[in-house]
Design a protein around this ligand. Structure first.
Ligand code: ATP
Ligand code: MG
Length: 539
């Protein structure tokens, strides 16, 4: 194992021990301890109750690896695309492809044929795994690429019939008549090879393909495990896996890291309140990785009582900002990450009570805060805000085929520019205040929309809010708020705007007005799609 050694400097380092970069193929990392729990359940589908033990999952993915190599002649550096909702077969497809020496690109299963075709072309995928329900869209997408891409589909029940032209994924993972000795390991395999090509969420522009290596993801699993107290995770903890596996948070933090620790995944294809409640009550979910909308759902649903989920021990949120009061009410942990960093860059420590903080750096990670006006690129000290820049073994080598973005995204010395505004306090706890691209500029002042959203959410009648800038003749821009009121509440736009005006500096007032809506549009990981709001609600 390689030891990642941080360089001392003016910037912040992690309070944790450095992590060992696994430097083994990712499937070996995930399966390294599987013998300890081979007969326990690795994943169960909350809808159909179909399940695989660790031994079954390990064997099925090895069988897939053999067939991808021998029947389909796939080998490094080929890419396999997975376009599936969460289900127990997802990790089988991913780990099988990796064992065959392939890299995996993960596609959002609600994408249209055009969007899928774009990702297939961009990643040059040679094989596609999808669901029966998604088959027609996948076939259309493949036609658009004008390439012959074999499509294997997962049948989630024996009754589901195989669409004409599809390959039965269940045949590919069958352990009958497999010649495991036929599997060949690429001779020049290295920990720095690409293992996943996920895409960023596209919150601030088009989604970008992020090249992540075996070592990036393996290190991040080690970093996350190192920042969790030893006794907070025991094998056979159950994790309701509702965050999409195609997104880096679900992929690394939920799927790969938890399987490597012997936890059971209770998978759900989408967030549906009843299924989610079943994962906590029937399947006794004990650790929960959430995003803010699901955390808020839990807080506001009267059916969800502590008696319903007595096994629940660890609840953590990440991926998008959440109000301080909401954290205080029931979340033990908060984390911050991005696709470009596999994803975890910050996690709160055990017993944290600074609820607004996203925590400290995990092992082997360094960070500096660079003033927004460029200024001192060496970084500023505690209490000063600026762009959050990080480096560590979890940071990507770069975006695929995007030299322009790569140049903009890295500072010399391998510092990844996160594009987020942050500061750290005297104890090295970090606070994410906003995204640089989303700051609203009023008379030359920067107004962070997330700050105004937090003020709005503190209003007793307000359930949810989203703030963005609209053009303003005199001031350049003005903050406008979309507001969702709590059930049976009534309020006027003026009342809400006054509430904010009493609590913020004059230039942050909601000069752009307040619009009441039924729902704030968000993506599956809870991010407010501000560029869509601007397009829709700026008039
Ligand atoms: P794109 O880069 O394509 O515009 P994206 O940045 O939303 O999309 P992701 O990699 O999924 O794509 O998300 C990373 C971003 O999510 C971070 O840069 C940060 O803005 C936000 N984020 C993640 N965790 C938190 C958190 N705990 N609090 C606030 N923001 C967070
Ligand atoms: Mg981003």
């Amino acid at each position: 194992c390689l030891l990642y050694s941080p360089v001392e400097g003016y910037y912040k380092t992690s309070p944790y021990e450095p992590v060992k970069v696994p430097n083994v193929p990712l499937h070996e990392y995930v399966w390294r301890d599987f013998k300890k729990w081979e007969n326990k359940t690795a994943a169960v589908c909350v809808i159909t109750d179909r399940q695989y033990t660790f031994a079954q999952m390990r064997d099925a993915s090895a069988a897939l690896a053999v067939r991808l190599q021998t029947k389909f002649k796939l080998a490094k550096p080929d890419v396999l695309a997975i376009c599936l909702p969460n289900m127990p077969e997802y990790p089988i497809a991913a780990l099988g492809a990796i064992e065959a020496g392939l890299a995996v690109t993960t596609i959002n299963p609600v994408y249209t044929a055009e969007e899928i075709a774009r990702q297939l072309n961009f990643s040059e995928a040679k094989f596609l795994v999808g669901s029966v329900g998604g088959f027609n869209t996948l076939r259309e997408a493949c036609q658009l690429t004008k390439k012959q891409i074999p499509i294997a589909v997962v049948r989630s029940t024996a009754q589901e019939s195989l669409p004409a032209g599809a390959i039965d994924f269940m045949d590919l993972i069958s352990t009958e008549n497999v010649r495991y000795d036929e599997l060949s390991v690429p001779k020049d395999a290295s920990g720095t090879d690409m293992v996943f090509l996920p895409f960023s969420s596209g919150t601030t522009g088009l989604p970008k393909g992020v090249v992540l290596s075996h070592n990036n993801i393996g290190s991040n699993c080690e970093q996350v495990a190192g920042a969790l107290p030893i006794d907070s995770l025991v094998f056979q903890d159950t994790l309701p896996a509702v965050l999409p596996f195609f997104h880096i948070y679900g992929l690394t933090v939920v799927m790969l890291s938890k399987l490597s620790l012997g936890c059971r995944l209770a998978t759900m294809p989408a967030f549906k309140p009843d299924d989610f409640i079943k994962s906590l009550d029937h399947y006794q979910g004990s650790i929960l990785n959430l995003v803010p909308p699901i955390a808020l759902f839990m807080l506001n649903n009267p059916k969800l009582t502590p008696e319903l989920c007595p096994s629940l021990r660890v609840v953590m949120t990440g991926a998008a900002p959440i109000g301080q009061q909401d954290v205080e009410r029931f979340l033990q942990k908060q984390g911050y990450g991005m696709t470009e960093a596999s994803p975890v860059v910050l996690m709160t420590a055990e017993g944290n009570t600074r609820y607004a903080s996203c925590g400290v750096l995990p092992g082997s990670t360094e960070a500096k805060i660079v003033p927004l006006d460029g200024g001192d690129s060496k970084g500023v000290g505690a209490g000063s805000t600026g762009e959050f820049c990080v480096r560590g073994p979890q940071v990507m080598s770069g975006y695929l085929n995007n030299e322009e973005a790569n140049e903009l995204t890295f500072y010399p010395g391998g510092w990844l520019r996160t594009g987020d505004v942050a500061y750290f306090d005297e104890d090295g706890l970090f606070y994410i205040t906003d995204r640089m691209k989303e700051l609203i500029k009023v008379k030359g002042f920067q107004v962070p929309p997330a700050e105004l959203e937090a003020v709005l959410r503190d209003h007793p009648k307000v359930l949810e809010a989203a703030v963005f800038g609209i053009p303003h003749e005199l001031n350049g821009e003005a903050p406008r708020a979309l507001v969702v009121l709590r059930q049976n509440e009534k309020a006027t736009a003026e009342e809400i705007a006054n509430y904010v005006a009493e609590r913020v500096a004059h230039y942050k007032k909601l000069e752009g007005g307040v619009i009441f809506v039924d729902e704030v549009p968000k993506n599956p990981t809870g991010k407010i799609m501000r560029k869509d709001l601007k397009a829709k609600y700026s008039d």
